[in-house]
Ligand binder design. Structure first.
Ligand SMILES: *[C@@H]1O[C@H](CO)[C@@H](O)[C@H](O)[C@H]1NC(C)=O
Ligand SMILES: *[C@@H]1O[C@H](CO)[C@@H](O)[C@H](O)[C@H]1NC(C)=O
Ligand SMILES: *[C@@H]1O[C@H](CO)[C@@H](O)[C@H](O)[C@H]1NC(C)=O
Ligand SMILES: *[C@@H]1O[C@H](CO)[C@@H](O)[C@H](O)[C@H]1NC(C)=O
Ligand SMILES: *[C@@H]1O[C@H](CO)[C@@H](O)[C@H](O)[C@H]1NC(C)=O
Ligand SMILES: *[C@@H]1O[C@H](CO)[C@@H](O)[C@H](O)[C@H]1NC(C)=O
Ligand SMILES: *[C@@H]1O[C@H](CO)[C@@H](O)[C@H](O)[C@H]1NC(C)=O
Ligand SMILES: *[C@@H]1O[C@H](CO)[C@@H](O)[C@H](O)[C@H]1NC(C)=O
Length: 701
């Protein structure tokens, strides 16, 4: 647009200038505006004055028209037109830039002058000015800011101003437009001297200054992660660790400055990992730091980070470990005992399980457990020593108590008394239900008979795919409680056996047991199917139970889908307990395809397709037919022999001994067959009809 009118003007200028005086080179018209840059949406006034010397207007009245970009402005906006002067007022200039041109109508419309107008907003104060020192040599101080929410639409320049207080030195850094960060070189700041920094934004409509910030460059530095040199137990100080550390090599010159340090400690079993970091103020990296009130005999992993005053924290150091001093175990153990004792046996066999109570502290990484018949420590009376969480022990029948203690290299915990309580067949618990909470936990609920008042309940669970007793876990609940969420080592798709036992003072009630999954999915296998062909038009299929580790859930049903070229797909379903199905009303001339679908509460799996054929004669029919043939053949031979005997009595000696006794063969099988082919016995009576049933028989084959 601009270029169009420029070329027209250039043409007109050339026309006017008969004289080659450079000063006379002027466009045909002069367009003046209040300002070439205006706030967006504000009014714009422009005046076009056509020179008298302009060739196109010489000697004629002119009509001046205004255009903004491609659009003619309506004449109502023209405020004052007299002769060769026209003034236009645009009430609200709402384009960010536009070309306002002044035209006259001659033989064609000619552009005689114009002006470019830009509109926008004054800058907003730069926001969120922040600076960070980079301590890598050479040190630098990088400041960033945000230009503000509103787009100015105009070229906006930023300058960064600094004032170092101690030196009374001011600096101004000019930035290319559109850049909102600047890195002050090393000679522009002093690490330990306060510097005031602000940013100024300038454009044609105004300027704005950010809120100034004042900082000590060293406190705007993010240090490199420090290094832990070593972690040691402190002699004679239980639960304390001494941690030596250093700054990175680059920053080692800061070693005498007072820094803030944070220590993060985790025990090796991550159960206590959520502990808050510990803040230590004003330390020098030449001095080790002590951490106390830790668990005894426990391995800790430590990480540290540093900062100078309120500077950003460094990243965490890599982790180092140390072990606190060991001491004898303290606190009691929670226990759970299941006994089995035959009245006749001299001995009781008991399974004793235990786990740390809330107060228990092993105070060592290597703790073992001792079960003893005697309260006092000593070799005597020990019935079990193990590092596992259970013991199976034989006790004399009169034993009433055993004592359980934890032992480490430093000593032995106070013994926990275990009362020997035996099961009694009395039902106390009913309605145990297990509801998955999520993939790793199960909600167990039960109700107990009102009349009984147990001391507490024991919820015991174990993974059914594991046979080791050490996988057994338990939880003891209050007598008032009738539900418990168990979450220790529950995994999805694995079966768990969960039992609830009521405990009384001297005995244990019968448990209620439920098998449960926290989540189920389709089985991983489909059982192998055996085809048993039994009756005509019927086929029996049988299969074995899936192995427990292939089920992935409780089997809900088995379904057989079967079809042939003639029959549509049919389905038979069986209960999970039944592993046999009879397919009925099959077509004897067809070949059948079938597959099995096994369904758990978490999905189903289809087996591969197998084929079977229904044979027209099953074993019973075949026996029957063969018998019928035998009888028929015998009769024929007897008949022939009798004929021959009468005519050629010589032959008698040859034939007679070779023929089996038909009467015995027929009586052995005949009684089952008679109801199927009742014709046969009659044929025996009548030699004349003899050939007829044979023929019938063969055609039906
Ligand atoms: C119109 O413009 C002429 C010449 O510039 C001026 O003398 C006159 O006062 C103006 N009239 C109005 C109403 O502004
Ligand atoms: C600019 O203003 C004119 C008239 O006031 C209006 O017709 C037009 O839609 C506006 N354009 C924008 C982009 O706001
Ligand atoms: C400036 O910082 C404040 C507070 O830190 C934040 O809420 C705001 O979003 C930031 N503004 C911009 C433009 O980043
Ligand atoms: C500090 O500067 C070095 C090079 O001068 C650079 O490699 C490093 O990334 C910078 N660190 C930060 C946090 O910007
Ligand atoms: C630095 O700027 C302050 C005001 O901002 C002024 O008082 C001082 O004289 C300036 N110093 C120098 C060295 O320009
Ligand atoms: C653990 O302690 C037992 C004695 O309590 C000792 O025999 C065994 O060697 C120790 N094991 C380790 C790994 O320290
Ligand atoms: C158990 O229930 C009894 C009464 O039902 C109540 O007095 C007692 O405080 C409850 N105990 C707990 C630990 O909730
Ligand atoms: C198993 O086959 C049945 C019947 O064809 C079909 O509805 C089902 O979606 C199949 N299931 C899977 C898991 O493929």
């Amino acid at each position: 647009m601009i270029s169009t009118w420029v070329s027209v003007i250039v043409m007109l200028v050339a026309f006017v200038n008969g004289a080659r005086n450079e000063d006379d080179r002027q466009p045909c018209a002069k367009v003046q505006t209040s300002s070439p840059v205006v706030p967006l949406g504000s009014p714009v006034t422009a005046t076009c004055i056509i020179r008298d010397s302009c060739p196109v207007v010489i000697g004629q009245a002119v009509h001046i028209q205004w255009r903004l970009d491609n659009r003619f402005l309506p004449s109502s906006t023209v405020a004052n037109e007299s002769g060769r002067v026209s003034e236009v007022v645009i009430p609200s200039f709402n384009h960010t830039r536009g070309s306002l041109t002044c035209c006259v109508q001659a033989s064609s419309l000619l552009v005689v002058g114009g002006v470019d107008i830009r509109a926008g907003y004054p800058p907003q104060p730069p926001q969120n000015l922040s600076c960070q020192t980079n301590l890598t040599t050479p040190n630098t101080l990088t400041c960033r800011w945000h230009p503000g929410q509103q787009e100015t639409h105009l070229l906006t320049k930023y300058t960064l101003h600094t004032k170092i207080r101690d030196l009374n030195e001011n600096n101004t850094y000019e930035l290319p437009p559109g850049v909102h960060q600047y890195t002050i070189p090393r000679d522009g700041f002093v690490l330990f001297s306060e510097i005031e920094i602000y940013v100024k934004a300038v454009n044609d409509l105004g300027e704005a200054t950010s809120v100034p910030i004042t900082l000590e460059p060293v406190s705007a530095a993010k240090f490199d992660p420090p290094t832990i040199l070593n972690i040691q137990a402190m002699p004679k100080r239980y639960g304390c660790l001494k941690l030596s550390w250093t700054l990175s090599e680059q920053q080692a010159w800061m070693r005498n400055s007072r820094l803030n340090l944070e220590v993060r400690l985790q025990t090796a079993d991550s159960s206590r990992s959520a502990e808050q970091p510990i803040l230590i103020n004003q330390v020098r990296s030449t001095r080790p730091v002590d951490q106390c009130r830790l668990l005894h005999g426990t391995q800790y992993f430590a990480q540290i980070r540093v900062r100078y005053q309120q500077s950003p924290w460094s990243e965490w150091s890599s982790s180092q470990s140390g072990v606190t001093l060991e001491s004898a175990p303290t606190g009691r153990l929670d226990w759970w005992m299941k006994g089995s004792g035959n009245q006749k046996d001299k001995h009781l066999t008991i399974h004793l399980f235990w786990k740390p109570s809330k107060q228990f502290r092993a105070n060592s990484q290597n703790v073992s457990y001792v079960v003893s018949l005697q309260k006092l420590s000593g070799e005597k009376g020990q019935v079990c020593t193990t590092m596992a969480n259970y013991c199976t022990i034989q006790l004399p029948k009169r034993a009433k108590k055993v004592y359980l203690s934890a032992v480490n290299a430093e000593g032995r915990s106070n013994p926990t008394e275990v009362r020997i309580t035996l099961p009694r067949s009395s039902t106390v618990i009913s309605d145990v239900t297990v509801i998955p909470q999520d993939d790793r936990s199960l909600l167990v609920q039960w109700s107990s008979l009102v009349s009984s008042s147990p001391i507490d309940f024991v919820v015991e669970w174990r993974p059914l795919l594991e046979t080791e007793l050490s996988f057994t876990q338990f939880e003891i609940t209050d007598r008032n409680q009738t539900s418990l969420v168990i979450s220790g080592s529950i995994e999805p798709y694995k079966p768990y056996g969960i039992s609830v036992y009521p405990r009384f003072k001297d005995w244990i009630g019968l448990p209620q047991t439920v098998n449960a999954y926290s989540r189920q999915k389709a089985p991983s296998m489909v059982p192998k199917i055996q085809i048993n062909k039994n009756w005509q038009y019927h086929v029996e299929l049988t299969w074995d139970e899936l192995a427990l580790d292939e089920r992935n859930g409780n089997i809900q049903s088995y379904k057989i889908f079967y079809w042939s070229a003639m029959d549509p797909v049919k389905v038979v379903a069986t209960d999970p307990e039944e592993r046999r199905v009879v397919l009925k009303d099959l077509n004897t001339v067809a070949m059948y395809d079938a597959f099995m679908m096994v369904t758990t509460f978490g999905g189903s799996l289809n087996g591969t397709t197998f084929h079977f054929e229904v044979e027209p004669f099953d074993a019973v029919s075949v026996v029957m037919i063969v018998t019928a043939c035998g009888v028929g053949l015998s009769m024929l031979i007897i008949f022939i022999v009798m004929m021959c005997f009468s005519k050629h009595s010589r032959l008698k000696g040859r034939f007679w001994p070779a023929v089996p006794d038909p009467a015995t063969a027929a009586s052995r099988d005949g009684h089952q067959n008679q109801h199927r082919i009742p014709i046969l016995p009659q044929t025996v009576m009548s030699p004349i009809q003899y050939t007829c049933p044979t023929l019938v028989f063969w055609t039906s084959w």
